[in-house]
Design a protein around this ligand. Sequence first.
Ligand code: ATP
Length: 618
Amino acid sequence: MLEVQHISKRYHYQKVLDDICMCFPTSGIVAIVGPSGCGKTTLLHILGGIDTDFQGDILWKNKSVKHHLTRYRRHHVSFIFQQFHLIMWLSVKQNISLPRFFHKQEKASLSLALETLKNQSLHSLSLGQRQRLAYLRSHYHRSDILLCDEPTGSLDPQYAQAVMELLKEESQHRLVVLVSHDEKLVSQYSDEVYKMQDGQIIEHICFHETEKIERFPTVQKKYFLCHMRLAFASLCSHKARSFQLMIGLLLSLLSIVLALTLTRHLEGQFHQYIYSLVPASGISFQSRYQQSLSLDLLNQIKNQPGIMKSEMFLDDYECLGIGFQSERYEQSQTLFIGDDTSPYTYLSLKYGNYPQAHHEILLSLSTARHLCGQQDVASLIGQNVYAWYQHDWEVKGICYKIVGITNQTTALDTLYQMDHAYIYLLKDIYQYELEQVSSHLGIVYVHPDYHRDHVMKQLKKQFPDYEFLAIGESTTQNVSQVLNQANIILLFFSLLAILSSLFLIGEVMFLNVIQKKKDLAIMKCFGASSLDIIKIVLYESFQILILTQSICMILYYQLIHMMNIFLQNMFESELFSIQVDINIIAFVFIVSDLLVLISQLPPLLYILKMNTVQALKE
Ligand SMILES: Nc1ncnc2c1ncn2[C@@H]1O[C@H](COP(=O)(O)OP(=O)(O)OP(=O)(O)O)[C@@H](O)[C@H]1O
């Protein structure tokens, strides 16, 4: 079944194998003997398909396998190495069953007193125990060919005999190729012997005709979970490094999800905040020719379809705020009030009624709370407050009666009153005629059922001498622009952070592969293909990533919750609250998965190019 034709091998200028031709039986023990350095191990590596750099050909069932050595090795060969080649970061049990991670095999019974060893640490095993372990591992893959390099070298005579007995039994069902210096054991157990010297076969002795049994390769199946388990064992073998890597990755993932969530949500909240300062239904107007506005004009505009309220701001009068102080204005006792004239018709009332007279006012709920301090807000109903106005350095107060409190929380403290009420009240205390009122800026509010742009178009048509502008639009645009720029900068830095930590993962995995290349080569000798190795390395990275992403998710939820509590305490309002954004998490996690995949290219390329024989010798 197995045949090698004209095999030659050079190491630089040294010819190690010189035109070797051999034909092996299907079963039985074939020994290769010769002095040290004659090329036995090199020949064994070529027979096993782990050394691919040679001249000549290998035939399996009369077909050349020179170009399919990986498949040939995985399906038909297993090894017992002179240096045992155990993987120190796997347990005794995992080492013995290594082939089962890559092949579907029946579970072999533990013999050779290994039952007692399986719970021991690998480091505590003696040389003999390790060799027995190496034997048992080869037993787990019932391959067609078992290649043994000095399988009894480290065993005492009693165990050496036991191993040879087992190999003899094995050789009933498969071909056992044995390299040994023990002439007694070789002559006692071998069916054929090849003698080598200086890289050549100098003698072939056949003791017994071996029976040719036709064997078929075992059914092979790869398990996702097996790769996962090996990846996890590898991850645990360098806990401190994995932990550091996870911390770095966690910080960058967390910073990017938080940065994106904050910018995305706060942008919406800023817009809401701006709208609460400058209502989205407002249109400001002024004369194109700098003429003063009149109450007549205001009433005309108010009668246009879609207009809820019109108001004008007096040029030289400024509202300073409200307070309970009736004698004189004192800044410390006065609550600053925004120039809000917005209509109250559609605001829902928490307490009291809508104003029926000029000196009656409504307060927004937040304003009422600020004004009454510790007291119950309902107690404000019916109370008098003084609104202080300034004109020509003269401050005068108007007495208002609080008749109601709305449900509104407003960004600026706000009072609502009847149309033009303050103009009539100021007229009385400052003693001016309505005709003398000077105002250059007016404002109209559009009914919620109407579209502001349409109403503005109509107004422009009806009042061509006046200029109409949607309130807050340019502010909103400016804020959007600033927020967008901040977004881009934040994104850029977060991306840098994530890229550097992913680069770190790539680098760490690359070092990991270099450090473990011997172990990976051992896996290759026991049935792992390059793809299996690649999967193990990839799964290890993804285990780190998924673990980190899970922690990141938990911390993200907690941090958002804490931030909301902080923002609510700071602004004393629920206006600023950040929502957990699953889309952002999904987006960041998918991008990081892709980047991890890309960062794994260098280690994966290294695995593909790895020289198994060289790696085994390290
Ligand atoms: N990677 C290598 N680079 C250069 N020379 C090598 C390399 N590996 C083996 N050799 C040389 O090839 C020759 C054959 O080595 P090999 O290990 O096959 O001998 P061997 O017969 O198995 O020896 P032993 O019985 O002592 O194990 C030796 O001279 C060795 O120095």
